[in-house]
Design a protein around this ligand. Structure first.
Ligand SMILES: Cc1cc2nc3c(=O)[nH]c(=O)nc-3n(C[C@H](O)[C@H](O)[C@H](O)COP(=O)(O)O)c2cc1C
Length: 213
């Protein structure tokens, strides 16, 4: 087998620029524009984002989750409150999100405090989920070790038998909202001289600055 040569994998970023005059004064509206572009470009899973949290002692951990909306000016995702990320967020309610839209040569980075969604919102989203996903949320103690796949499938069967067509939302499952303090938009440019615009929330107003690539 030929060895993988990653060092020579290179791409020039040529698609577009992103300047202060293009950028909306409100970063949430700017984010919606870029998300709409990603949806219009039919990118696979445009709402997938890397979620980084910090464990005890500041050890970072990251995984991909799906953005389910922008609500109350926050970035919303749903998960298990007792998962690794849930336990880390209980201790350190701050997170960083990264969106990567490779075909558009764009990245967005969001940093902020994290709060749980109100129970009524989690209930409403829970009811919109496919039935199988709702049974799985009961069957899977997310992030716990399990002996084998059969154990999970047996737990799913038990959840189906117990809750039937209308499983209630488990107390350990619901939404979080990342309330942004910083949002950075990155657009790839030629010769690695990329455009980076950073918005920082200060005293209730968004300030904008350009960062060196
Ligand atoms: C494309 C994609 C989307 C995902 N969406 C979610 C999600 O919305 N919520 C979730 O809890 N896990 C989601 N996952 C699984 C997580 O990446 C992760 O495995 C899980 O949440 C457990 O993470 P933890 O052990 O760090 O808590 C997704 C994974 C992928 C690859």
């Amino acid at each position: 087998m030929t060895p993988l040569d990653l060092a020579d994998l290179r791409q020039e970023y040529m698609r577009a620029g992103f300047s202060e005059t293009d950028a909306h004064v409100d970063p949430l509206q700017q984010f919606e524009r870029w998300m709409q572009d990603a949806v219009n470009a039919s990118l696979p899973m445009p709402n997938a984002m890397t979620l980084a949290t910090a464990g005890a002692g500041g050890t970072p951990s990251a995984r991909v989750v799906l953005l389910k909306g922008l609500e109350g000016d926050g970035f919303v995702f749903y998960t298990n409150y007792e998962s690794r990320k849930g336990r880390e967020l209980a201790l350190q309610p701050e997170a960083c999100l990264v969106f990567l839209w490779t075909a558009l040569e764009r990245q967005v980075r969001v940093e902020g405090r994290v709060e749980r969604m109100p129970a009524a919102d989690s209930d409403a989203y829970w009811r919109s989920r496919p039935l199988g996903a709702r049974h799985s949320a009961w069957a899977s103690a997310q992030s716990a070790t399990v002996p084998d796949r059969g154990t999970l499938e047996a737990a799913l069967e038990r959840a189906r038998a117990r809750y039937g067509d209308d499983p209630p939302r488990p107390p350990h499952w619901g939404g979080y909202r990342v309330m942004p303090q910083r949002i950075e938009f990155w657009q790839g440019r030629a010769d690695r001289l990329h455009d980076r615009l950073l918005y920082r929330l200060e005293g209730g107003a968004w300030l904008r600055a350009r960062l060196a690539p």
